[in-house]
Design a protein around this ligand. Structure first.
Ligand code: PMP
Length: 363
């Protein structure tokens, strides 16, 4: 049998491991921070009709500039941050924000360049860095996974990276990130600052997103996704807002027609139904806050979260707890942090069952 190492693979990929969140057909899947509420029927009908119209035209290549989709994404972002509206020429999109991030690294990273991140953070940042030949360098967080303006400033001054990536709120810890830290990072670097806001919709009402910092900051990019709050993970649609010049840089590295006509049509249709698609956000926040409130009573130590998941410590044997839950049809995530596990805030019923089963586990 041929092994990977027998192939003339790039030296820097030898020994690397792929992204590997387990996919198991269990009843309660709380492991990859999806929106676990079903897509509302009205949205299913609207998206299906739009996809059907798109299918009639798939003999032709799709709009390479995904014009209509960029318009809808710009309106959506502008409604979220009305004080600093985003225009369609400030918007980019791709098949998931992972691909958006890859485009960023293809344009601004690459061999001989370095990206600075603050682990524990989203594992794909370093994997996409590796895939694009960008060196991944790290700096430490403060207590409880926070990053102060001073911490970010001194890390950037020390490392002089080409790209800084900050995850706000951070995955897998849920930790909020203040705008002051983002401002300090931008001021400290002459490179690109990428703020990954995959979970932005779950932040508290009234908290301003990094989008509000875009005016006057042409090296800042803010990535978002329809995979989390929007309940659209399977459709694969991520996006980014930045200065139009930065968007032009991404046009240099994308493959032509990277967003299929069906993806574009489905995403536009879903955005037209944004209030319905996002109707579950409050309920999910309530379940997240319930996890934060109830886990201590079971003897665990949850970390503050602004996302749709909770990282909790006080787990004596994460692998054993993970398997105990899995045997009872509940899949959560072992993110490889000693003494910790991460759980997505699901529906009320899913969250109740998770808490009940965890509470019954002999310790
Ligand atoms: N960024 C963060 C912080 C994430 O947690 C995820 C998904 N786990 C993504 C980006 C990628 O999401 P997608 O490619 O589905 O948009």
């Amino acid at each position: 049998m041929t092994r990977l190492d027998d192939l003339p693979i790039r030296d820097d990929l030898r020994g690397a491991t792929p992204y590997g969140a387990p996919q198991r057909p269990v009843r309660i899947q709380l492991n990859v921070n999806e929106n676990t509420h079903p897509v509302p029927e009205a949205v299913v009908a609207h998206v299906t009709a739009a996809a059907e119209r798109a299918v009639r035209g798939v003999n032709r290549y799709p709009d390479r500039e995904f014009t209509e989709l960029r318009e809808h994404l710009a309106s959506y972002l502008s409604a979220a941050e009305p004080a600093d509206p985003v225009t369609p020429d400030q918007v980019w999109a791709a098949n998931g924000s992972n691909e958006v991030i890859q485009h960023m690294l293809q344009a601004f990273g690459g061999p001989g360049r370095r990206m600075l991140g603050f682990p524990p953070t989203y594992s794909m940042h370093s994997i996409i860095a590796a895939g694009t030949g960008t060196e991944w360098i790290t700096a430490e967080r403060d207590a409880d996974f926070r990053i102060s303006p001073e911490t970010v400033r001194s890390a950037i001054e020390r490392a002089q990276p080409d790209i800084v990536v900050l995850c706000a709120p951070n995955n897998p810890t849920g930790t909020p990130l203040g705008l002051e830290t983002i401002e300090a990072a931008y001021a400290a670097t002459t490179g690109i600052l990428l703020v990954d806001e995959a979970y932005a919709e779950f932040m508290p009402e009234g908290h301003r997103s990094a989008l509000s910092l875009l005016p006057g900051r042409p090296r800042l990019a803010v990535s978002r996704t329809m995979s989390k709050a929007f309940a659209f993970a399977g459709a694969r649609l991520g996006y980014l807002a930045a200065d139009p010049a930065l968007i032009d840089a991404l046009r240099l590295v994308r493959l032509p027609y990277h967003l299929s006509a069906i993806t574009q049509a489905a995403a536009v249709a879903a955005l037209q139904q944004a209030p319905t698609m996002l109707a579950t956000v409050d309920a999910i926040r309530t379940q997240r806050d319930r996890l934060l409130a109830e886990l201590p009573a079971l003897g665990y130590a949850p970390h503050d979260s602004w996302a749709n998941f909770v990282l909790f410590g006080g787990v004596d044997d994460p692998a054993a707890t993970f398997h105990y839950l899995l045997e009872r049809d509940i899949l959560i995530r072992d993110v490889g942090l000693a003494g910790h596990l991460r759980v997505t805030a699901g529906t009320e019923a899913e969250t109740s069952e998770f808490l009940e089963v965890l509470g019954r586990m002999p310790r």
